[in-house]
Design a protein around this ligand. Sequence first.
Ligand SMILES: O=c1[nH]c(NC[C@H](O)[C@H](O)[C@H](O)CO)c([N+](=O)[O-])c(=O)[nH]1
Length: 166
Amino acid sequence: MAVKGLGKPDQVYDGSKIRVGIIHARWNRVIIDALVKGAIERMASLGVEENNIIIETVPGSYELPWGTKRFVDRQAKLGKPLDVVIPIGVLIKGSTMHFEYISDSTTHALMNLQEKVDMPVIFGLLTCMTEEQALARAGIDEAHSMHNHGEDWGAAAVEMAVKFGK
Ligand SMILES: O=c1[nH]c(NC[C@H](O)[C@H](O)[C@H](O)CO)c([N+](=O)[O-])c(=O)[nH]1
């Protein structure tokens, strides 16, 4: 019996009235693009309108916290406030400690950002030891051994915005 992973939602949430921001890093772009696609497709299946999904990018995962804060502020200033934001990044361990420092600092910064922006900030950071792990979690490894985690992030975004929206 599969134990790990996201359980079924307690109900299907209607995303037709929410506006979602996706801000993604551009490192490991093939994996990023698959994750973003998965999130968009899942949100579309839950009724989120295409023109209510706003996409922004930053160079790397380390820029996600600051970029997300400014992205949220900018959308509010434009009179098109977001209801939820999904920062997406892919960190793959290299031969130095860079991975550890970015993973830890960015994770804490994104968690703390929720208070500052007063909205759900979905955790879309893959922190992988190998490229194969990252490919699998984006659903694009040869064996298709895992589902695309971007889909889970899209579903979480809709649920959190609908359930706990302002
Ligand atoms: O998004 C990533 N950024 C990475 N580094 C760049 C970092 O996020 C910043 O963009 C850079 O340090 C400039 O601030 C990565 N690695 O270094 O391995 C990585 O795997 N993923």
